[in-house]
Design a protein around this ligand. Sequence first.
Ligand code: ZN
Length: 150
Amino acid sequence: MSDLRSLYQEIILDHNKNPRNFGLMGDANRVIEGYNPLCGDRYTIYLKLHEDIIEDIRFSGAGCAISKASASVMTTVLKGKSIKDAEALFERFHTLVTKESKGFEDAESLGKLAAFAGVSEFPARVKCAILAWHSMKGALRSNTKSVSTE
Ligand code: ZN
């Protein structure tokens, strides 16, 4: 278990240091801002939707390591997915970071997203981990311009 923990920690450190799909997107057709006032995390999520497929997804902004790594991993996972798959993954990720009892055993099938299983032990960080996901979901649903975790 401690090996798994350190692997997960490495994934988070790596994505915080070298965030994937980071930067502006000129031809996005959905843009949404997400803000977590508890921690000060603030990101913009850019989506290029073609019919019901996420053709491209990027993010910009700043915040703590957990929030940035979470946004980065999310973009790598969601690119090419359908809206339906993205919403299903949102539910699974939400469960992963909020349900203490589940934690690691349920996590394996989630791939890199499983790196955030440990967040459930730190309730104050759950909003950091989920911010980009809430924003993404808001962007899928409508033309909402911003979401806040509060
Ligand atoms: Zn944070």
